[in-house]
Each structure stands twice: as C-alpha cells, then as structure tokens.
Design a protein around this ligand. Structure first.
Ligand code: NAP
Length: 179
C-alpha cells in the first residue's frame, strides 16, 4: 500500500478542552468504542504524557509509538522516537506491512500541534460540553478540510454528554501522503 494517510483522532469540547489533570474530562463510552474500532490493528503515535495517562498500556492490538525528547526514556511494548518525522516513517512502514491505509496521531495537544500540517484527515469528536481543563486542542482551519461523514450520539448512561463524530478529509493533498 503506497499511500498511507496521517489521521488525527481527537475529542474536543466546545471550549477547546481535550484534557484535565492528565486524563479525559468526561466519560464517553461510545466514543472510546469508536476509537478502538478505528485504530485497532494500526500504528498509533502519541506524546509521552498521553502514553503515561493510558489506564492500560500499551493500547492492545496496535503498535504503540511514543514521542519524547528524553533519550533515556524506555517503555516496554512501545517504540520510542524523539521527533515526528522518524516516528511517522516507522509508523508508515508498519502500516504498509499490515496492509493498513492509515496511521493515527492520538494526542495530546503538543503532538497534535506538530502533526496538524501533515494531517490528511481528522476524526473529530465534538463534545457538547464546556468542561474545565488544562489541555486545549490547538486551533486549525476547518476550511482546509471537508466533512465526509458525521454521526450523532445522545447523552445517556454510557455517555456523559451528547457528541458528534466527524470525519474531516483534507481538501487537497498536501503531498505528505505520497511517501
Ligand atoms: N481528548 C482527546 O482526544 C485526548 C487525546 C489524547 C490526550 N488527551 C489528554 O491530553 C493530555 C496530554 O496532552 P499534553 O499535550 O499535555 O501532552 P502530550 O502531547 O501527550 O505529551 C507531551 C510530551 O510528548 C513529547 N513530545 C511532544 N511533542 C514532541 C515532539 N515534537 N518531539 C519530541 N517529543 C515530543 C514531550 O515529551 P517529554 O516531556 O518526555 O520530552 C512532551 O512533553 C492528557 O490530559 C490526556 O488525557 C486528550
């Protein structure tokens, strides 16, 4: 498979909040189920803080790739890289071997910020809430993307808030998917 896309996966509240005190500020079980089915079998790239926030490490059934500037950082059952370019190169090679079309950038804010210019698509969960939090999604120009799919979920016993899952695809290739 030649064209492996770079896809961000993020859940963002109306006020931009994506994290609080090292974890998620909500319980959205249907969004977690979507995250799992989307990423299962594919490489996932994350920042060191997101890695350390995972309740279960590594995320099972996926090649876990961590970014850190700490050259001594070691993590069992994960690959560690000190910048995005080699992390993406490795992730793409793994995806090709596994016949996967996408690699996933799964946060947090620092890693999203670095990866946004290279994003071919964004799986954006929009949470109908304005929670307090200490980590915000970096802004991006939604006009650069086209919504190709959207599903609505109500608040209920599985989900603290109503939310939409939107799939946004970059309108024009930025050339990064040609590697
Ligand atoms: N709502 C969502 O969809 C979502 C998704 C993921 C995470 N989160 C939340 O977001 C929070 C964590 O996000 P965060 O922004 O604080 O941290 P993060 O992006 O997960 O991790 C930051 C760390 O990653 C490393 N890093 C980041 N960019 C790098 C680069 N370009 N090159 C090399 N290393 C790099 C650095 O590690 P070192 O300090 O070790 O050098 C940096 O301190 C948590 O609350 C988590 O629950 C939310």
């Amino acid at each position: 498979m030649n064209n492996v896309r770079v896809c961000l996966v993020v859940a963002r509240a109306e006020n931009g909040v994506i994290g609080r005190s090292g974890s998620l500020p909500w319980k959205l079980r249907d969004d977690l189920a979507h995250f799992k089915s989307l990423t299962l079998g594919a490489p996932v790239i994350m920042g060191r803080r997101t890695w350390e926030s995972l309740p279960r490490r590594p995320l099972p059934g996926r090649t876990n790739i961590i970014m850190t500037r700490d050259w001594t950082y070691a993590a069992e059952e994960a690959r560690v890289y000190s910048s995005l370019t080699p992390a993406l190169q490795a992730a793409r090679a793994i995806a090709r071997r596994q016949c996967k079309s996408d690699v996933f950038i799964i946060g947090g804010a620092h890693v999203y910020e670095t990866a946004l210019p290279m994003a071919d698509c964004i799986h954006l969960t929009e949470v109908a809430a304005r929670p307090s939090g200490d980590v915000l999604m970096p802004p991006f120009d939604e006009n650069e993307f086209e919504e190709v799919h959207r599903t609505e979920f109500p608040a209920n016993e599985r989900n603290d808030h109503a939310f939409s899952i939107r799939e946004l695809v970059r309108r024009e290739s930025n050339g990064n998917n040609l590697q």
